[in-house]
Design a protein around this ligand. Structure first.
Ligand code: ZN
Length: 292
């Protein structure tokens, strides 16, 4: 015999299920939860590949032409308490670059950020330090990101139709950059010493390209400087030697000196391609170095 309460209980249960029903398919589709922002700003170098036996003379002006080094391909991530996840540079992924450079230990930059718990769509901003393929090409892997590039860097390399004006930028990347610009996703930075987000300032003067920039990030342990290619290796910084590829060696040397002044300590200047970053900052490991 059925309890007289049962039909009412069933009705209530059915109502409760009906109320839940519209949410259920969405819940099934749901992505992993967005990671909670950190309490204080964190800065990481994330490795996405290696170029083997690269000539050091291409990095350090005047280096012995016989020297070769396996150099790191990196992007840098700033995780902020305000929830913004800022990538400095975006690496590369297009097939022509893969075929030409054959990187070892490669993972797409958009996959590499998962090592710190982020999905590509969690990246809110990309600071493009300069237009070289191995720093700019991956910018469109991050569908929600705004790009920050110097106005002079953009204007020097890309015309209004998206054509490359200079061989420094690859034609595919010029087209991509113009496409993102048309989509309203590009912020053009007006020169040196601009604080683009609270505590995140970009500086020019490295002259790796026409208007390359680097980033200075305020953290609890002092300012971290993400040099990108404005200082390729620790050797550039330690010996005050300009990078091999610069439009202005004296300007590059001054920029490196300024990075060292801006940084909370010399060890907080992070060069653009030095695998020793992952030796000096071994944690958490597996291609991720927590700088601060
Ligand atoms: Zn470069």
């Amino acid at each position: 015999m059925r309890s007289p309460i049962a039909p009412r209980a069933l009705r209530l249960a059915a109502l409760a299920l009906a109320a839940l029903a519209p949410a259920a398919p969405a819940a099934l589709r749901a992505q992993p939860a967005k990671p909670a922002p950190p309490r204080a700003t964190e800065v990481y170098a994330i490795r996405y590949g290696t170029l083997r036996a690269f000539p050091v003379a291409g990095l350090v002006a005047g280096a012995d032409t016989a020297r070769r080094a396996d150099i790191a391909l990196m992007v840098w991530l700033i995780r902020r308490p305000d929830g913004r996840n800022v990538l400095v540079d975006a690496g590369f992924y297009r097939e022509k670059f893969m075929a030409r450079w054959k990187p070892a230990d490669y993972r797409r930059p958009s996959e590499a950020v998962r090592a710190v718990g982020l999905r590509p769509e969690d990246v809110t901003d990309v600071v493009v330090t300069h237009v070289h393929w191995d720093h700019l090409d991956g910018a469109d892997l991050f569908p929600n990101a705004r790009l920050w590039i110097q106005r002079d860097e953009y204007a020097h390399h890309v015309d209004s139709t998206g054509r490359a004006r200079d061989r420094t930028i690859d034609s595919l990347d010029a087209d991509m950059l113009a496409r993102l610009q048309r989509a309203g996703r590009v912020r053009l930075v007006e020169g040196d010493g601009r604080e683009i987000l609270p505590g995140l300032t970009v500086h020019t003067g490295g002259k790796h390209t026409f208007a390359s920039q680097y980033a200075a990030v305020r953290t609890a342990a002092g300012t971290v400087v993400v040099a990108s290619d404005n200082a390729y290796l620790y050797e550039n910084l330690a010996t005050r030697t300009p990078i091999a590829q610069t439009l202005d060696s004296a300007s590059n040397r001054r920029a490196q000196e300024r990075m060292l002044r801006l940084a909370g300590s010399p060890r907080l200047v992070v060069p653009g391609h030095d695998p020793a970053v992952f030796v000096r900052f071994p944690k958490p490991g597996n291609g991720v170095a927590r700088i601060q």
